[in-house]
Structures are given as structure tokens and as C-alpha cells.
Design a protein around this ligand. Structure first.
Ligand SMILES: Nc1nc2c(ncn2[C@@H]2O[C@H](COP(=O)(O)OP(=O)(O)OP(=O)(O)O)[C@@H](O)[C@H]2O)c(=O)[nH]1
Ligand SMILES: [Mg+2]
Length: 459
């Protein structure tokens, strides 16, 4: 864990040139350090400025004038980090800001590590862990849905739910303790019968949250769309067709693509990770063999496989073998090269029953819009239903929530077996503790450090 005593500083605006750039100083020496550099036009001293006040003036490093600036004073604990904070808003030139930061460092202020401001905000109880994570989601969001969900999570949409669960569980534990301490005042079995239905309801609510994880992953990382099939059927051509650019190499020779080629795009507001892969076949070529292995791996991990076949050749034995391993729910069957056939009735329809088929020509760019529509439909229906939850949990939260569910289930099973209430209390305490991991109260220090280390510099 970083030293929380030290006063830290960092450039908090993006690197590069801009109308404005800002440096934040946080810690007990923030006002003193800023005073060394800042000369207000009116001669006001930072210590005499009211809370949340702005001052206009000039920044000096010794006698060297560095820039013109606005200084914002925030007295702890009413600041982002909960400590005394000064933000200097100056001109957004990389050198200007670097010189300012250097001047602070030469006065003994330490440069902040990535995520350190947010970590202090967390350690000082200004935000919980879900809110800290939502800050990262918000600044890195590539789409409207993620941005909206992140900002709601920052406001406490997930924290609120977790808090409500925790309060309920504490209530249960309290009544168990009361029953143990004053058995005469409770009719036998009253507490347990109430629990049975209440725990069931909570598990359902947790399941609803767990269901948002798949959506959350897609909005954070993109829907994994994998082009898969035999060599030369037109996988790379289709990737290029969707991207509207000649990204992947296309040749008439089978075995052109070797590596998994990744590209990102948005399809009607959905972030998509397109993955072109090597055509699957038996081959003696080592590089191609490795490519085929990677293709299989990518298909297994896909949210949606676009299984491409060559309509001019029809459905081959090899196609059938590959299809056998694919889940129709997660596959679209692309009958490509439709321009080469006159009759578009699928002779092999019976053999691919259950698979949705999309007939198109990657080369002629025909049928691409219909494919986009189908991708959108698959995203909206299928197993990916987040409902109206204003929450999309991330992988870490999903892991902890899964443990909460397990503990509650164990409590539920205990109840059915007629276990004593003190046993029940242990499961409930576990559930409470796992809930605390999500918001951060019961999470291990190492995990906290790891989470904040993923933040960018100046956050
Ligand atoms: N007529 C026609 N030819 C196509 C179509 N799509 C692709 N092709 C041709 O088929 C050949 C193979 O295309 P690719 O896109 O490289 O096929 P691939 O599936 O990526 O092949 P590998 O990388 O070897 O697995 C090229 O000559 C393309 O021009 C199409 O819709 N119609
Ligand atoms: Mg290819």
C-alpha cells in the first residue's frame, strides 16, 4: 500500500496540447506547497482563502515564471480525496505542466502513482470500491450504455443494492442471536420460516444482478464475434465487408489467414470485437496448425460465431464436422458467395436445422445489412437480457456475488435440513462478508492495491 501520509501531485488532464491543463495536489502539505509556486494577483494567501474558493494569479518556480493559473482550494474532508486539495488550472501544454509538477517535486511533493487519488478517496471513505471502479468505466467508456451505467454506478446504483442486502442480512443475524439468547420469547421455528422465503427472494435478486455480468462484459470489452470455418470460404472478406475497409489479407489461396486478427467496431451502438481466424483444416504446416488451434480456441470463447461456408460448394463433410461442435444459440451460419449461384434455395437446409442461416455475398457487399440486423437481434434476445437494471456488474463483482449466492444457498439448505440457527448464522456472516468485498469494506489490502493500480495516472 502507498504511504498515505505523503502529499502527492499529478497532472490530471490528458497528455498533449489543450486550452487547459490541470495539476492536483493532495495531502496535508498541499496548501503550503502550492503557496510556494502561486502568487495571486490580489496578494491573497491560500491559507486565508475560503473553502472551494478560486484565486487568479501566476505560477513561479523560484524566480522563473511558468504560467498563468486559476487556483482552486478544497479543504479536507470535503474534497475528492478527503484531504486538503489544491488544483491548479493552467494552460494545457505538456511542457508547462511537466515544469509545474517538477517544481512541486523539488519542494518534496511526491508524484502520485496511477489510481492513488482514487485510492485515497476510497481509504478515506469518500467513495466505495464500486464507485471507484465506475470512475474507470466512465473515463474508458466507448459507448453510450456503458457511460450511462457507469455514471449511475458512480452515484451509487450498485452500492445501494449491496447496502440493502447487507442490512437485511444483519437483521437476520440479529434475530438469530436474539433467538439463541432468549429462546423462551420466540415460538419455535418462527425465525426460520420467515428466513426461508426471504432468503429465496434475495437469491432471486442476486441472480438478476449476476445476469447483468454478461452484458457488463460486452459493454466493457465488446461482443466477441468470431469468423470461423474452412479455408477460403470468405471469412476475411466478410470481416473487411463489415469494417468497410481492406483490413485482412484476402487471396484465392486457401490458408491465407494465420493469426487471429482483432478489430473493433460499433454496430448500432453495440461495441463489437471482430476476430478473423485461420480456416480450419488438417495441415502439415506448423504455423497454420497453430493458427487452426487458435481459431478453435477463439470460437470456443465467442459470444457469437459467424460460421462461414461457401455456397458454391454447398455444405461439405468438413463443414458438418465443425458445425457439430457449435451451439446454434451462439452461431449464425453464413452462406457466402451467393453471387456464384443462381438458385438460392439451400439444398442442405435439413442438415443444418436449428442454425439460423444468412445468405450473402461478401465480395459483392450484398446482404451485409441483413447480417448486421441479425447480430443486433441476437444481442437483444438470446441469453443476454439485462432487463432494466441500471447496473452492469464487472468480473470482480460477479465473482464476489457468486460467493454470496453460495453462502445463501448453504443457509437455505441448512434450513431445510433443520440445522440449528447458530449454523445458519455462520453462512449469513459469510454472505455479509462477501458483499463487503464488492463495496470494499471486507476486501483484502492486496486486492485494493491491484484494483487501483489499473487506473491511469492522475486518477
Ligand atoms: N465470388 C465470390 N468470391 C468470394 C466471396 N467472398 C470471398 N471470395 C473469394 O474467396 C477467396 C477467399 O477469400 P478469403 O476472404 O481470403 O477467405 P478466408 O475464409 O478468409 O480464407 P482463409 O484465410 O484461407 O481461411 C478470395 O479469392 C475471395 O475473393 C464472395 O462473396 N463471392
Ligand atoms: Mg482469411
Amino acid at each position: 500500500m502507498f504511504d498515505q501520509q505523503e502529499t502527492i501531485a499529478a497532472i490530471i488532464t490528458a497528455q498533449g496540447m489543450g486550452a487547459m491543463g490541470a495539476v492536483r495536489i493532495s495531502g496535508s502539505e498541499a496548501f503550503e506547497a502550492a503557496q510556494f509556486l502561486f502568487r495571486s494577483k490580489k496578494g491573497t494567501l491560500i491559507q486565508d482563502m475560503p473553502h472551494y474558493a478560486l484565486a487568479y494569479g501566476w505560477i513561479y518556480d523560484g524566480d522563473v515564471l511558468l504560467d498563468q493559473a486559476l487556483l482552486l482550494k478544497m479543504k479536507g474532508p470535503s474534497s475528492f480525496t478527503g484531504e486538503d486539495v489544491v488544483e491548479l488550472q493552467c494552460h494545457g501544454g505538456p511542457l508547462v505542466l511537466a515544469r509545474l509538477l517538477q517544481a512541486l517535486v523539488s519542494r518534496g511533493i511526491r508524484m502520485a502513482k496511477p489510481g492513488e487519488f482514487s485510492q485515497r478517496a476510497f481509504l478515506n471513505g469518500k467513495i466505495d470500491l464500486t464507485q471507484a471502479e465506475s470512475v474507470m468505466d466512465l473515463v474508458s467508456s466507448s459507448n453510450r450504455v456503458m457511460a450511462e451505467v457507469a455514471v449511475q454506478q458512480l452515484q451509487g446504483s450498485l452500492s445501494g443494492k449491496i447496502k440493502a442486502f447487507k442490512e437485511k442480512i444483519i437483521g437476520w443475524i440479529a434475530s438469530i442471536e436474539a433467538e439463541i439468547d432468549f429462546p423462551d420469547e420466540f415460538p419455535v421455528g418462527l425465525v426460520t420460516s420467515v428466513f426461508e422465503s426471504e432468503i429465496k427472494v434475495m437469491i432471486q435478486q442476486i441472480d438478476a444482478l449476476l445476469e447483468t455480468a454478461a452484458y457488463g462484459r460486452i459493454y466493457r470489452e465488446g461482443l466477441r464475434l468470431v469468423f470461423y470455418g474452412r479455408p477460403n470460404v470468405g471469412k476475411s472478406s466478410l470481416l473487411n465487408g463489415l469494417l468497410q475497409q481492406k483490413r485482412a489479407i484476402v487471396t484465392a489461396e486457401p490458408g491465407t489467414t494465420r493469426d487471429v486478427l482483432e478489430e473493433r467496431m460499433m454496430i448500432q451502438g453495440i461495441p463489437i470485437l471482430l476476430m478473423d481466424t485461420a480456416g480450419v483444416r488438417d495441415t502439415g504446416n506448423l504455423a497454420e496448425q497453430e493458427g487452426v488451434e487458435r481459431a478453435r480456441g477463439a470460437a470456443a470463447q465467442a459470444d457469437l460465431v459467424l460460421f462461414v461456408l461457401d455456397l458454391a460448394q454447398g455444405l461439405t463433410e468438413e463443414d458438418l464436422l465443425l458445425l457439430r461442435d457449435l451451439d446454434p444459440e451462439k452461431t449464425l451460419l453464413i452462406a457466402n458467395k451467393a453471387d456464384l449461384v443462381t438458385d438460392r434455395v439451400l439444398s442442405f437446409e435439413e442438415k443444418v436445422k436449428g442454425f439460423e442461416v444468412c445468405i450473402l455475398s461478401a465480395m459483392e457487399q450484398e446482404g451485409i445489412d441483413a447480417l448486421i440486423q441479425k447480430i443486433r437481434e441476437r444481442f437483444e434476445s438470446g441469453t443476454l437480457t439485462a432487463g432494466n437494471e441500471a447496473v452492469l456488474i464487472n468480473r470482480r463483482q460477479e465473482g464476489a456475488l457468486f460467493q454470496v449466492r453460495k453462502s445463501l444457498e448453504s443457509a437455505q439448505e441448512g434450513l431445510l435440513r433443520g440445522e440449528t440457527t447458530d449454523m445458519l448464522s455462520i453462512d449469513l456472516q459469510d454472505a455479509w462478508s462477501y458483499l463487503g468485498e464488492i463495496t470494499g469494506e471486507t476486501v483484502k489490502e492486496a486486492v485494493v492495491t491491484e484494483i487501483f493500480a489499473r487506473f491511469c495516472l492522475g486518477k
